[in-house]
Design a protein around this ligand. Structure first.
Ligand SMILES: CC(C)(COP(=O)(O)OP(=O)(O)OC[C@H]1O[C@@H](n2cnc3c(N)ncnc32)[C@H](O)[C@@H]1OP(=O)(O)O)[C@@H](O)C(=O)NCCC(=O)NCCS
Length: 143
């Protein structure tokens, strides 16, 4: 398995949508990088990093059902963490409705909504795309 920087194609966008992950705002002009996990016979998973000042937003993590539980998700998250650190981000945030247990194992902890920084609060994903029940998680990124 390899992780490669990419631009998602229509099949991958459809897969995100099918998994219930928001895609409506992915054409806005927020600085955003994508990576995919690939094997010889095709792509396994996808992830994106958005930059909001010194804050990174991890989003659109998806591993295809048939490729799960092989470490692709963890590898994709690690790639985004490295890229965010290299870009000078001091923390990574994410919103999730049901994968908080997954991210807890990777060092992400819940943040009270009131304590969410304005940069994250202002994102399309936070303000309107995710339901009120979504959890905001944070991981500090030491320099
Ligand atoms: C969450 C997801 C990305 C994990 O991908 P993956 O490649 O299977 O993850 P890894 O191989 O790194 O880790 C697998 C481990 O995480 C656990 N795990 C997977 N989803 C979990 C969840 N929602 N809650 C808690 N643990 C979870 C698995 O049980 C497995 O545990 P094990 O190592 O004890 O067997 C994948 O299940 C997925 O695409 N889910 C749908 C989309 C989603 O929820 N995205 C996150 C929102 S941004």
């Amino acid at each position: 398995m390899q992780i490669l920087e990419t631009t998602p194609d229509s099949v991958q966008m459809a897969a995100l949508q099918q998994a219930g992950l928001p895609i409506e705002d992915l054409d806005n002009d927020v600085p955003r990088r994508w990576w995919q996990a690939v094997a010889e016979d095709g792509w396994l998973g996808l992830i994106a990093l958005e930059r909001h000042g010194t804050i990174g937003l991890l989003r659109s993590l998806l591993v295809r059902a048939e490729a799960r539980r092989s470490g692709s998700g963890r590898a994709l998250v690690g790639t985004v963490e490295r890229a965010a650190r290299e870009a000078g981000c001091d923390a990574l945030f994410l919103l999730t409705t049901d994968a908080d247990g997954y991210f807890a194992r990777l060092g992400y902890a819940p943040v009270e909504r009131a304590a969410v920084p304005e940069a994250v609060r202002a994102t399309a994903q936070f303000s309107r795309l995710c339901p009120a029940s979504a959890t905001v998680l944070r991981k500090p990124l030491p320099a």
